[in-house]
Design a protein around this ligand. Structure first.
Ligand code: ADP
Ligand code: MG
Length: 348
């Protein structure tokens, strides 16, 4: 719980760092439509704090909030009315077009990551208590039994939005839902004429356009040690999404167990990564890949990036920071990393 609160505070601080204070929406009500006035709202959804800041269109905030709640009510694993709850408790069933779209996209990313991302890992995540907050270390035998149920290839979706799961299987779109929600918000805002916005969905940041003065947005990357920021990125029209073992974890007998599970072992991914940040145009893809690359570990993740052309990445390990070549001149280290060398990864 304390970690969760810390995480929420950290994500709010991240927004503060970006804006250095933005004015209250009610103060600006007289000049409602000037494109340089920021309007903000805070939403508690998808188990996190979301901060939406939109320039020049106050009215769209309410529609944005409604969209977040609507998507949450479909994707939630715990809401007994949700699509996901329904299919998890009936080994399948019909889902809404939104769930259908996200599920199909998530399955392509499970495939693309060769199972490092596996949305059917949910029974294992539950066994570790990451959904209930009652954390425990499952026995080897229990994990072995649960892993038999884990295989995204046994999830099928037909052309009528009907999902079929293998008996006992349960899925969780938690690794991609915030990124997908960010995409949908960007779409909604853009359709409504918004050209400058920052959406911080619990540390998943989506920016529309640049700052109203034409400068790139500055997005901070959290220091995985929990102290401040490891760096800052200048971005325009991008999603910046981080997965890290520091985000949600518990400790027992001096060992830390975090919430990102390696589907081959059933244990929290255990490699040199402290965090992985993925930057790209498609938030759902970046969200899925930040989780998947974190599971893969540095070597496999680097090879995976080399074969891809739709994202850049920041890898933080105990050795320091590596960035992919597209981030040269875009990323600057901060805090504990300020005087450390940043390694640049090249494709050849
Ligand atoms: P967060 O939601 O904390 O920002 P992620 O996007 O990395 O972090 O997603 C982590 C969540 O995804 C976990 O809380 C768990 O529900 C689920 N999960 C954990 N391991 C995997 C995995 N290998 N593949 C798919 N989902 C996973
Ligand atoms: Mg993710």
């Amino acid at each position: 719980m304390i970690n969760r609160i810390f995480c929420l505070i950290a994500s709010i601080c991240l927004v503060l760092l970006m804006f250095n204070g933005c004015s209250n929406s009610s103060e600006n009500s007289e000049n409602k439509r000037t494109s340089t006035d920021p309007y903000s709202s805070t939403v508690y959804a998808m188990d996190t704090v979301m901060e939406l800041t939109v320039y020049g269109n106050e009215d769209i905030l309410e529609k944005s909030e409604d969209l977040i709640y609507e998507l949450e009510s479909k994707f939630s694993v715990t809401d007994t009315e949700s699509d996901i709850y329904n299919i998890n408790h009936n080994s399948g069933g019909a889902v809404s077009p939104d769930t259908d779209e996200l599920l199909k996209l998530a399955l392509t990313l499970c495939e693309r990551s060769e199972g490092a991302l596996d949305i059917s890992i949910y029974p294992v995540v539950q066994a570790w208590g990451f959904t209930s907050g009652e954390n425990r270390i499952p026995s080897e035998a229990e994990l072995e039994e649960l892993l038999r149920l884990v295989d995204y290839r046994a999830v099928s979706v037909d052309e009528n939005n009907n999902v079929t799961l293998a008996p006992g299987m349960e899925i969780d779109l938690g690794s991609v839902a915030k990124g997908y929600t960010g995409n949908r918000l960007v779409e909604l805002l853009s359709e409504n004429g918004v050209t400058n916005a920052v959406l911080n969905l619990g540390g998943n940041v989506h920016v529309i356009g640049s700052k109203p003065n034409g400068e790139a947005w500055k997005v901070a990357v959290t220091d995985p040690s929990g102290e401040g920021y490891a760096g800052m990125l200048k971005v325009v029209d991008k999603a910046v999404i981080t997965s890290g073992g520091y985000e949600r974890f518990f400790e027992q007998d001096g060992v830390r167990y975090h919430h990102i599970i390696d589907p081959t072992t059933g244990y929290p991914a255990n490699n040199d990564f402290l965090s992985v940040t993925v930057i790209g145009s498609n938030g759902a893809v970046c969200d899925a890949l930040s989780t998947a690359l974190f599971v893969m570990g540095p070597d496999r993740a680097t090879e995976f990036w080399k074969k891809s052309d739709d994202f850049e990445a920041i890898f933080i390990t105990s050795e320091g920071i590596s960035i992919t070549e597209g981030l040269e001149g875009v990323f600057s280290p901060l805090g504990n990393y300020q005087n450390e060398k940043v390694t640049v990864l090249y494709r050849d």
